[in-house]
Structure formats: structure tokens, C-alpha cells
Write a protein that binds this ligand. Structure first.
Ligand SMILES: Nc1ncnc2c1ncn2[C@@H]1O[C@H](COP(=O)(O)OP(=O)(O)OP(=O)(O)O)[C@@H](O)[C@H]1O
Length: 269
């Protein structure tokens, strides 16, 4: 297999625990270059943890994450830093620096990671803001933005260093339907326009299925179903069906695992 045809991301038998809490119990998945992929699962299933393992913020207890042919957890600090430079990230909480203007929020990573002259930084910042329709907002402070605008600025910032991979953690959370649609379409358009690979981590099934190519469903610390987004809508898999149609009954557990209720109420020993 040539390096271009090899998956950009390859995760094998990935295990991770916070203390005794085993969150990931053998995740296997791969993401091909140019794909827009969603990791779907209920709140608390470990989606954000998986992203933290991919960026090297956490170390697995077993298994591996390869990105662009490199084993993330075998890299030294310098290697990890270089790899992270090629990853753009957008989080649910936009993470914008509240004391910097929109312009400086985008200029910051360029000043930090490149030797580009200010003139060129200015052109790049305005170009990236233009791509999300917010060139006119460059002089505003984050507090002056609506939630949807803030998310778009964060989106522009995630692309500012021309990453090969962009990861979005709950990009749709808390947005009104129009802003939500705008963000979903921007994620799709940026994936094409920038020729990047993108991962969207979300519990928002309906929105993500409209724009992504491929979906991994995560439950109980493993991948329980996967497939092209369009096929998932027709899937008869009980997990996928329950999740997509938001049904109360099915294999997706609503209750966090706990001791017997009777025992906790002191009714039985
Ligand atoms: N730093 C931490 N220390 C201990 N437990 C944690 C920590 N971070 C997350 N967890 C636990 O690990 C599990 C997975 O959390 P994670 O945030 O990865 O889930 P998620 O699927 O991204 O959820 P959400 O969609 O609500 O963000 C949860 O049970 C959570 O309580």
C-alpha cells in the first residue's frame, strides 16, 4: 500500500481507563484521507477521550493510534508537537481567547508557529475569516459574538495553519437550527475546499448524517456499528436504529451502571 492510499488514521485495539474506570475497551477503526467521518455515541461513551488519545494528550493502556504513519504514543515531545501542528481542533466550548480580538485569535497560532511576516499573517487571517463569512467581524471581541458566530471563528482558527486533519468535538451543541445548519455545511465545505480529513465527534445524529461520509457508532468502549452515512439511515442494526430514531427502548443503555437500586435504598442486603 502506498502512503497516500494508506489510512490517515489507524486505531487498533485501543484501551484506556481513568483509574479503575475503563472507558475504551478495544477500539478499532480507520479513517481514509479526504474523508469526513463522525464518531457517534451517547454522552459519556468516551468520544472526547478518544480525541485526547489521538492528540497524544492521554496515553492508552493498550493498543495504538497511528496518524499519517506515525505511532502517536511513541513520539517524543518534538515529534508530537510537529504532528499537532498538522491537526486543527474545534471544541464545543469555542476556546477563543476572551481578551484577544477575533483577528488576534486567528493570528495567534500563526505568530506562534510560523515566521510569516505580519503582512502575510493579515492576508491569511482575513482569508480564513472570509471563508466562514466573518471577515467583517475581525475587529470584534469574542464577547461581542453570538454563539454561532463564535463557533465559526473557532472553525476558521482550526484551519489557520492549513492542517491535514481537523477534529471537531460536539460542533453542533447548543446552536439554533440555522446556525447548526451553517456550521454543518461549513464543515463539509471546508473538508472539500482545503482537501483535509475531518472527524466530527457528536451525539447529534440527524445533523451529522446529513454531511459526513462515514460513521462509527461507539458504545460500551467499542465500535458497535459502522458504515457509510447514507446506509446507516436504512440500517436494521438494533443499536443504529435506536440511536438514529432516538428510541427509548433498545440496546443503548440510558442508566449509568450502578449497584442494585433496592440495595442502595437499604431494602435488601
Ligand atoms: N478526566 C477525567 N477523569 C475521570 N473520568 C473522566 C475524565 N474525563 C472523562 N471521564 C469519564 O470518562 C467517560 C467518558 O467521557 P468522555 O468525555 O470521553 O465522553 P463523551 O462521549 O465525549 O461525552 P460527552 O458527549 O458528554 O462529551 C465518562 O464516564 C466521564 O465521566
Amino acid at each position: 500500500m502506498t502512503s497516500e492510499s494508506a489510512p490517515l488514521i489507524e486505531i487498533q485495539n485501543l484501551h484506556f481507563a481513568y483509574g479503575h474506570h475503563h472507558v475504551l475497551k478495544g477500539i478499532n477503526l480507520s479513517v481514509h484521507r479526504g474523508q469526513l467521518v463522525a464518531f457517534l455515541g451517547v454522552s459519556g461513551c468516551g468520544k472526547s477521550t478518544l480525541l485526547h488519545l489521538m492528540t497524544g494528550q492521554e496515553k492508552p493502556s493498550k493498543g495504538s493510534v497511528h496518524i499519517d504513519g506515525q505511532n502517536v504514543h511513541e513520539l517524543d515531545n518534538e515529534g508530537l508537537y510537529a504532528l499537532r501542528r498538522k491537526m486543527g481542533m474545534m471544541f464545543q466550548v469555542s476556546g477563543l481567547f476572551t481578551d484577544l480580538s477575533v483577528y488576534d485569535n486567528l493570528a495567534f497560532p500563526l505568530r506562534e508557529h510560523t515566521d510569516l511576516p505580519e503582512r502575510m499573517i493579515r492576508d491569511l487571517v482575513l482569508m480564513k475569516l472570509h471563508a466562514v463569512g466573518l471577515r467583517g467581524a475581525h475587529g470584534l471581541m469574542p464577547a461581542e459574538l453570538s454563539g454561532g458566530m463564535e463557533r465559526r471563528v473557532a472553525l476558521a482558527r482550526a484551519t489557520v495553519l492549513d492542517p491535514m486533519l481537523i477534529m471537531y468535538d460536539e460542533p453542533f451543541a447548543g446552536l439554533d437550527p440555522i446556525s447548526l445548519n451553517v456550521i454543518a455545511n461549513k464543515i463539509r465545505n471546508l473538508n472539500e475546499a482545503l482537501g483535509v480529513t475531518s472527524i466530527v465527534v457528536t451525539y447529534d445524529v440527524s445533523e451529522s448524517l446529513k454531511v459526513v461520509d462515514y460513521v462509527y457508532f461507539i458504545d460500551g468502549g467499542v465500535v458497535v456499528a459502522e458504515g457509510p452515512a447514507k446506509e446507516m439511515l436504512e440500517s436494521r442494526d438494533p443499536f443504529v436504529h435506536q440511536f438514529i430514531h432516538a428510541e427509548e427502548d433498545g440496546p443503548v443503555a440510558f442508566h449509568m451502571r450502578a449497584h442494585s437500586f433496592a440495595k442502595e435504598l437499604g431494602l435488601r442486603r
